[in-house]
Design a protein around this ligand. Structure first.
Ligand code: SF4
Length: 510
């Protein structure tokens, strides 16, 4: 049974789902008695996905303490309450508010309109401002947005402003970081148990650190700038238990594409997605960030991974701020639980034009491509480039299509030129990319992930087919509205670059 469960997700998987859900939960005494991740793994994890159908029952009331999920617990603490239930509204104290060059000017405008021209932000050390979206462009309106951020940061004496002035040479700007979600982690702003808000839908990335992190609009951000508070409705939690040894041809991108393909782009609407299990525990921080980055593509309010020794180790040299992690109670109640045996998963892509349009990479082997893009908050981190380099190295071949590399941050860019790729005899990513015929790594930013102004590096200005490590493949997302984007892991993207077709990375990794 186990060996047959990873057939095409669009065909036989569906027909097996009923059987799988019966067997996977046959030993469970109560659908609401969910074991914690560190407890022993159930003996029969046979499905790639087995949904638990039980809906959450009303929480206990009165003096009985109700067990809480991680997300409920973080929000309860941040709102100074001992209890909170899904659906309740709570005034939450915000630990960090992040904004960038696209939404910052609007948020600042609302803050000034509502609180007054001379108003001060609630805490100059809790506002983080990161220019990252439309940076390396001659577009005057885009450049003006960064100027507005700079003026505001000077006026407010904002402590964490990662400025860029010299657009001709990003290295001349030591403060400049790059993509906000990766910079937030690298600069120590992501801390377990805290509340981080950002004017960007992929702020959920920071849930990888066991914090509540979500995107908000400019109006809410204007209010937070003035008060440090936000009114939030507590989301119910979906729990995703991923167990099994992760095959060495998979990356976290495959895991999240599998989940979104399973539950659809609306499957987690205004819900928290909690990721646990032995596979999740084995992921490094950057891979956990990839997992949480895309919860919003399923409509999720936030994603969370319980903080553990991997988290604490990552944070060691990044922050001196004390933090207090929280964890779901043993009896916490989840809206649904999904179980996956990751050892059975195959490399995936999301075909145009939706992140839930899941297919096996090998099913798309006849799709001819025009280019490959490796970058963004999802797939432009150091580990993502290391993974791509591994494929180029083991293939020993040159790329057949233009292959664009956009490091998320300045630190990632430096890593590409300094860190040796394991198993390469000391070569760096940049050396391997050059030997493979890729474009030279570009200046760190969001690049063409969001299309951007016409002169944005690697923007799809024509109708092309692109394999991309980014997170969205909507029409027009990377530029041309007739462009076709196949979302994939860095392994799959690199393998596709080498063949000129969508390619299962096992062709080169086994
Ligand atoms: S890299 Fe793409 S998804 Fe990430 S913040 Fe930038 S534009 Fe948004």
């Amino acid at each position: 049974m186990a060996s047959s469960t990873i057939a095409s997700p669009s065909t036989s998987f569906i027909t097996k789902q009923k059987d799988l859900s019966r067997s996977a939960f046959s030993s469970s005494t109560s659908p609401l008695s969910i074991p914690r991740c560190r407890k022993s793994v159930p003996k029969r994890i046979v499905s790639v996905m087995a949904p638990q159908q039980a809906e959450r029952s009303p929480a206990a009331t009165g003096s009985v303490k109700t067990a809480l999920t991680m997300t409920e617990k973080i929000l309860a603490r941040a709102s100074e309450k001992s209890q909170l239930s899904p659906g309740e509204n709570a005034w939450v104290n915000v630990d960090i508010l992040m904004t960038h060059d696209v939404c910052g000017p609007g948020s600042i405008g609302i803050f000034k309109r509502e609180f007054g021209e001379d108003a001060k932000v609630w805490d100059r050390e809790k506002v983080v401002i990161i220019p990252d979206h439309y940076i390396f462009t001659t577009d005057e309106r885009a450049n003006r947005n960064v100027d507005i951020l700079r003026d505001f940061c000077m006026e407010q004496n904002i402590k964490y402003f990662y400025d860029i002035k010299d657009l001709g040479n990003f290295k001349a700007n030591p403060d400049y970081k790059g993509v906000c979600h990766v910079a937030l982690a690298q600069e120590g702003h992501c801390r377990p148990g805290e509340v981080l808000l950002g004017t960007d839908s992929h702020t959920c990335t920071a849930g990888a650190f066991g914090q509540f992190a979500t995107g908000i609009g400019n109006t809410d951000a204007g209010f937070v700038l003035g008060t440090g508070k936000i009114l939030l409705k507590v989301p119910p939690t979906l729990r995703f238990v991923m167990d099994g040894e992760m095959p060495d041809y998979l990356l976290a991108k495959d895991l999240i594409l599998q989940i979104i393909g399973e539950i659809s782009v609306a499957g987690a609407t205004y819900k928290s997605m909690e990721f646990v299990g032995t596979t999740v525990e084995s992921l490094n921080m950057e891979e956990r960030m990839t997992l949480c980055n895309m919860v919003v593509e399923a409509g999720g309010k936030n994603g969370v991974v319980p903080a553990d020794s991997t988290t604490f180790k990552y944070l060691e040299d990044k922050t001196s701020v004390s933090y207090e992690p929280v964890y779901s109670d043993q009896q916490a109640r989840f809206l649904k639980e999904y179980r996956f045996d990751i050892s059975k998963l195959e490399p995936l892509v999301a075909k145009p034009h939706s992140p839930d349009n899941r297919a096996l990479a090998r099913e798309c082997k006849d799709v001819k491509i025009d280019r490959v893009y490796i970058g963004s908050c999802t797939g432009g981190k150091t580990e993502d480039f290391m993974a791509a380099a591994k494929v180029f190295l083991s293939s020993g071949k040159k790329v057949k299509v233009p292959t664009f590399l956009v490091p998320a941050t300045q630190k990632v860019w430096m890593d590409l030129y300094s860190l040796p790729v394991p198993g390469s005899g000391g070569k760096t990513c940049s050396q391997i990319f050059e030997e493979a015929g890729c474009d030279t790594p570009a200046s760190p930013s969001c690049g063409a992930c969001l299309g951007g102004p016409k002169d944005t590096y690697a923007r799809m200005n024509e109708a092309m087919v692109c394999v991309s490590t980014t997170n969205r493949n909507f029409p027009g997302r990377m530029g041309h509205k007739e462009g076709q984007i196949y979302l994939a892991s860095p392994y799959t993207a690199a393998a596709s670059a080498v063949t000129g077709f969508v390619t299962d990375p096992r062709e080169f990794l086994q």
